[in-house]
Design a protein around this ligand. Structure first.
Ligand code: KG4
Ligand code: ZN
Length: 410
């Protein structure tokens, strides 16, 4: 099944074609010898998997498949009968085009909603066309369309949704609406499908900083969220204040590399109740005080030390909360995702935290952390696989925030 996905919730216009064999029956020709088996898997008439190593038990078979030297099929459920086998295969990203609007918003140090939606209007058709061209297919070859419904900037979301509805209507194919936050988490499963459940997911982006428990793959239970700024937003605001450029996260990471993370002291926020919520407004105020007291500017020699210390404080606060949550809910794995998950200091600390607790972990590769449509397509595929109902395309609507009724577990 091929899905064309569109993501336009904030300041990136993105389209992706993703191909999933999950839920689709593959027919395989199997020749088994003792211990060793070779198989040819034919998918849609195309020979796609050549040398799997198969270990068969009664009725059930598990396989790892090497495709051009890369382990590409991880946990297929194979039911082998003589000559006939069906398998589930990880999705393949055929294209993932992301057109950033950074240059448009940079002069303002943050996203200007009206400019964002106008730019999406200009970009959406060429971005979708490019994603199809790179995937080597036409819109008629697409089996279903997917689009981000929310949360995000309402004007930007509506551009993507309207375009996707048009495609679904013209080509008479289903349209799956997906949640942006859930899609960020799905990006981790896309590359690490073996991540065990229950999983504790920390999503850190420019608009969100939240902790979710996933007892089941497609059910998010909110454990905590920021009470004020998102972590990425705090990084962006400090970069804006120092006139370093937009978005602030990547600039801060680059300039902080040469800095000493212990040089400036930050007191980490602590919630007075047992809450697993985050807060970054206190760290931001402390950062502004350091800037004023030390007379820090763009060219100040202590700027790298300050940025390294601020980045480290944000990281410590995130990881601290993640580990407190882990103690409470006892997950089997930890997931880190969202745009700020591109940050190297955060990735390193996160991995160390997971290792020290003996937990499995998953972080998407850089391009799948920041906003992109491949994660949207991946989530749509998983929803199809789970048999979730798909409402009529033209009924789909945008939502600026996640539903308030979201269940908190404490
Ligand atoms: O997920 P995302 O692309 O958009 C939202 O859903 O908000 O995240 C964007 C955020 C921005 O705040 C940006 O500064 C931050 O991700 N970011 C980073 C890095 N790359 C992007 N923050 C820290 N280090 C990075 N390398
Ligand atoms: Zn995002």
């Amino acid at each position: 099944m091929r899905i064309l996905a569109i993501e336009s919730s904030c300041d990136e216009t993105s389209a992706s074609v993703i191909e999933g064999s999950r839920g689709i029956v593959l027919t395989a020709a199997l020749r088994g010898n003792e211990g060793e088996t070779s198989a040819a898997v034919i998918e849609g008439g195309r020979l796609s998997v050549l040398t799997p190593a198969l270990r068969g038990n009664e009725g059930e078979t598990s396989a790892s498949v090497l495709e051009s030297g890369r382990l590409s099929v991880l946990t297929p459920a194979l039911r082998g009968n003589e000559g006939e086998t069906s398998a589930a295969v990880s999705p393949r990203i055929l294209s993932n085009i992301v057109l950033s609007q950074d240059e448009i918003h940079a002069p303002y140090g943050g996203v200007v909603p009206e400019l964002a939606s106008r730019q999406h209007l200009k970009s959406i058709a060429p971005v979708v066309a490019e994603s199809l061209a790179q995937a080597g297919c036409g819109a008629g070859d697409i089996d279903a369309f997917a689009v981000t419904q929310g949360p995000g900037l309402i004007g930007s979301l509506l551009v993507g949704i309207s375009f996707a509805k048009g495609l679904a209507y013209v080509f008479n194919k289903p349209l799956v609406g997906v949640d942006h936050v859930q899609a960020h988490i799905e990006a981790a499963f896309l590359e690490h499908p073996e991540t065990p459940l229950p999983a504790l997911a920390l999503i850190v982006s420019g608009g969100h900083t939240s902790l979710f428990l996933l007892r089941e793959r497609l059910r998010l239970e909110l454990l905590g969220r920021t009470r004020d700024d998102a972590a990425g937003e705090a990084l962006d605001k400090i970069a804006k204040f120092l006139d370093l450029g937009y978005p602030g996260g990547p600039v801060i990471q680059r300039l902080a590399e040469a800095g000493d993370p212990e040089a400036f002291r930050f007191v980490l926020p602590r919630m007075s109740d047992r809450s697993l919520d985050f807060s970054f407004s206190g760290l931001k105020t402390a950062a502004l005080r350091h800037i004023r007291e030390s007379g820090l500017t763009k060219d100040h020699p202590r700027l790298p030390d300050f940025l390294a210390s601020f980045e480290a404080a944000v990281t410590k606060s995130l990881i601290g909360n993640l580990l407190r949550a882990a103690e409470r809910v006892d997950p089997k794995s930890l997931i880190l995702c969202g745009g700020v998950a591109r940050n190297q200091r955060l990735r390193t600390r996160f991995e160390a935290a997971a290792r020290s607790r003996g937990l499995a972990w998953a972080v998407p590769s850089g391009k799948l952390c920041t906003d992109n449509a491949a994660m949207v397509g991946a989530l749509a595929l998983s929803k199809f696989e789970a048999g979730e109902p798909v409402p009529p395309a033209l009924e789909l609507d945008a939502y600026p925030r996640r539903p308030a009724a979201e269940r908190f577990i404490r």
